[in-house]
Write a protein that binds this ligand. Structure first.
Ligand code: AMP
Length: 172
């Protein structure tokens, strides 16, 4: 199944700018069997631990995190790009593989001590996920694991994610 998932990813050269090979996962999302397999594999990265909430990173992380939350009987928490959340927020800035940005989380999205699984579609340089970790840790969450469908290992992103277990399904 992993091979089918790899084959379905579309590599788009030069998007959103020169030098980036964008991993387009929309062919996986559009295929019922592949989408379900991706969610199955991501759910397994929880390692059987009962988590309170799945935190998903804006925007493709939401797609997987929300489905996983339903499957695992957990709540869903959005880590959003700056300026999108309506309530009181905590903010963390980060450098992206292609630019700079900041993410935000609602102050009351996570309670101290809650077990959280953090999810995104892809780990590149690790800046985005590290900012999400900063936000969740700042609210007192216990991050059980950080899970990605795709890891670009050559960018060493996991080095930015400290001692938290980092689990990815497809490695490039
Ligand atoms: P980074 O902070 O460098 O780890 O970048 C990770 C975030 O940017 C994720 O939310 C990805 O969706 C997106 N991203 C970065 N590089 C790529 C890429 N080559 N293909 C698809 N998405 C990417």
């Amino acid at each position: 199944m992993v091979e089918h998932l790899v084959n379905a990813i579309r590599n788009v050269d030069g998007f959103p700018k020169d030098g980036i090979v964008f991993k387009d996962i929309t062919p996986i999302l559009a295929d019922a069997e592949l989408f379900r397999a991706a969610i199955d594999l991501l759910c397994a990265t929880a390692g059987g631990v009962k988590v309170d909430k799945i935190a998903g990173i804006d925007a493709r992380g939401f797609i997987f995190a929300a489905a996983m939350a339903d499957r695992l009987g957990a709540g869903f928490v959005p880590v959003r790009k700056k300026g999108k959340l309506p309530w009181k927020c905590k903010e963390a800035a980060y450098a992206l593989e292609y630019g700079e940005a900041a993410v935000e989380i609602h102050e009351d999205a996570v309670l101290p001590g809650e077990k959280i699984l953090l999810v995104d579609d892809l780990l590149a340089t690790g800046g985005t996920a590290a900012a999400a970790v900063e936000l969740l840790s700042g609210l007192g969450a216990e991050i059980v694991a950080i899970s990605f469908l795709i890891e670009l290992s050559f960018l060493n992103g996991r080095e930015k994610l400290g001692a938290h277990p980092v689990r990815s399904i497809l490695n490039f």
